[in-house]
Design a protein around this ligand. Structure first.
Ligand code: BES
Ligand code: MN
Ligand code: ZN
Length: 523
């Protein structure tokens, strides 16, 4: 299943004369005093890029937008009919917030604005946008942000409705972005990259949004393997027999309760000529549905646990983008997949499981299943050899409690956590470093095994940190690693906002791609 796609290209002709269905401009809010004649509080400020359109409106554009209620606030989109003033029949003014002094808006502001505008213009086939882009060293980042925002705001999951929806407006099919020079090679390169990146985010969203009965581990593994081969990656799939023989006790334990057996998919990208010699491993949690198992979850909201493979989807889609972007570092993706179900064959609290690295884990709660499959996959990544290991998972409700639905929690080696935070900041996927305290590890001492899967007294204190502390046991000392808990940010249950649509968000695909570039450039 693939959702309809949006295409994007650059133009450098006068925006007022573009033959499109709608044209998007930016407006800033100002903190101006109440206007004496209109009585309206504050005055809008048209963002740069809107000059020729403002001229076509004969100086009345700001006033008209204010009359229609525009404030220039972030996320706001005001549409008006242009009635022959410019070629496009519809003008959409998207709010950018206050104008930053002496600078163009931050890339994330532009990304959200482009996404909001494209969403608001659903039903239009061709849309052009002329947003404020800096002409200095930040030009590439700004253009990339606009392109990503537009392509992601244009995402819609195909869904399962059997009848056409007469009131539903189709996502924008084609976006033109106005730039000073459309033939500029650097600008063109940003568009190509944004298309690849947004393609990976959209694919992640699709995989997350697919109904869990349609994406059980064997089907998910087939889909990832097929896409990986088509992209030119080396693909290895371990089925339940290979997993059992290979000693992947954690993946087998979690998967044994389901009729749909577990898998481990390995995707390998090798740079031409060996690249810089650095090796990056990516690991993503692929629980295709998390009922909790024998430690079953409450019914309310359980459907959202179809998104418990968001980390796996992000890693697999990132690998597909890597195959296109061809960075100069080796990158290997590991995607363990299982369905966590209660049944007569399920693993149970009290079980002791031997993991891939030989460590014995005492199971206390079958709902802490993510760390069981991830421990095996991370140990395998270390056994294969890697310099950096990034693992991402919808691991704990504790992440949502402590950092909310936007900010991922990061645990691991300090320097790498800081790089993840920086990467998240750069791409608009905020992430925050969290500690791995000794007392939390102490609380996970088991009476019978090497470690308990959670706090031995089932104390939920430091809940997110318990996940990080547990996963550390499966990384060898020579590897820099980071665990990115995306329980909140990977899934958006609310109404669409900015370039986030309902359902899967595609977090942290853009962070992972940024980190891979970072390692390629800086080691
Ligand atoms: N998949 C869940 C975590 C989760 C919660 C993801 C909310 C997305 C939104 C995970 O497997 C889980 O069940 N975690 C438990 C761990 C506990 C049993 C130690 C949790 O968070 O309560
Ligand atoms: Mn669980
Ligand atoms: Zn889970």
């Amino acid at each position: 299943m693939t959702s309809p796609s949006t295409t994007l290209s650059l133009v450098d002709t006068d925006p007022a004369e573009l033959a499109v269905d709608a044209i998007v401009i930016g407006v800033h809010s100002t903190t101006g005093e109440q206007d004496a004649t209109s009585g309206l509080a504050g005055t809008l400020l048209l963002a740069s890029g809107a000059e020729s359109i403002a001229a076509a409106f004969d100086g009345k554009l700001t006033e008209t937008l204010a009359l229609l209620g525009a404030t220039g606030g972030p996320g706001e989109v005001i549409k008006l009919a242009t009635l022959g003033t410019v070629t496009a029949p519809v003008l959409a003014a998207v709010g950018l917030g206050p104008e930053p002094s002496g600078a163009a808006p931050a890339p994330e502001t532009l990304r959200r604005a482009a996404g909001a505008a494209v969403r608001a213009l659903a039903g239009s086939a061709r849309v052009a946008m002329t947003l404020p882009l800096p002409d200095d060293a930040d030009a590439a980042d700004a253009l990339r942000a606009v392109a990503e925002g537009a392509l992601l705001g244009g995402y819609r999951f195909a869904g399962y409705k059997t009848r056409p929806q007469p009131t539903r407006r189709e996502p924008v099919a084609e976006v033109l972005v106005a730039v000073p020079d459309a033939a500029d090679a650097a600008a063109q390169a940003e568009v190509v990259r944004a298309q690849t990146v947004a393609g990976a985010v959209r694919r992640t969203r699709d995989w997350v949004n697919i109904a869990p009965n349609e994406l059980r581990p064997p089907a998910f593994a087939d889909a990832v393997a097929e896409a990986g081969r088509a992209a030119g990656l080396d693909v290895e799939v371990l089925d339940e027999v290979a997993l059992r023989e290979g000693g992947y006790g954690g993946i087998i334990a979690v998967g044994q309760g389901s009729e749909a057996p577990p898998r481990l998919v390995k995707l390998t990208y090798t740079p031409d000529g060996g690249g810089t010699g650095k090796r990056v491993a990516l690991v993503g949690k692929g629980i295709t549905f998390d009922t909790g198992g024998i430690s079953i979850k409450p019914a309310q909201g359980m459907w959202e646990m179809k998104s418990d493979m968001a980390g796996a989807a992000a890693v697999a889609a990132t690998m597909l983008a890597v195959a296109e972007l061809k960075p100069s570092v080796a990158v290997t993706g590991y995607v363990p997949m299982a369905e966590n179900m209660p049944s007569g064959t399920s693993y149970r609290p009290g079980d002791v499981v031997t993991m891939f690295n030989g460590k014995k884990v005492e199971v206390l709660n079958t709902d802490a299943e993510g760390r069981m499959i991830l421990g095996d996959a991370m140990a395998r990544a270390c056994a294969d050899g890697c310099d950096y290991l990034f693992e991402t998972s919808t691991l704990t409700g504790g992440q949502v409690v402590s950092l909310g639905k936007r900010i991922s929690g990061v645990m691991g080696t300090a320097e790498l956590c800081e790089r993840v935070r920086g990467a998240g900041d750069a791409v608009g996927e905020p992430a925050w470093p969290m500690p791995l305290p000794d007392d939390v590890r102490k609380g996970m001492d088991s009476d019978v095994a090497d470690i308990s899967q959670v706090n031995a007294g089932m104390d939920r204190a430091g809940h997110m940190l318990q996940g990080g502390v547990f996963l550390r046991e499966f990384v060898t000392d020579d590897v820099a690693w980071a665990h990115i808990d995306i329980a909140g940010p990977s899934y958006h249950a609310g109404e669409a906002t900015g370039y986030w649509t309902k359902g899967g968000t595609g977090v942290p695909v853009r962070t992972l791609l940024h980190l891979i570039d970072d390692v390629a450039a800086n080691g």
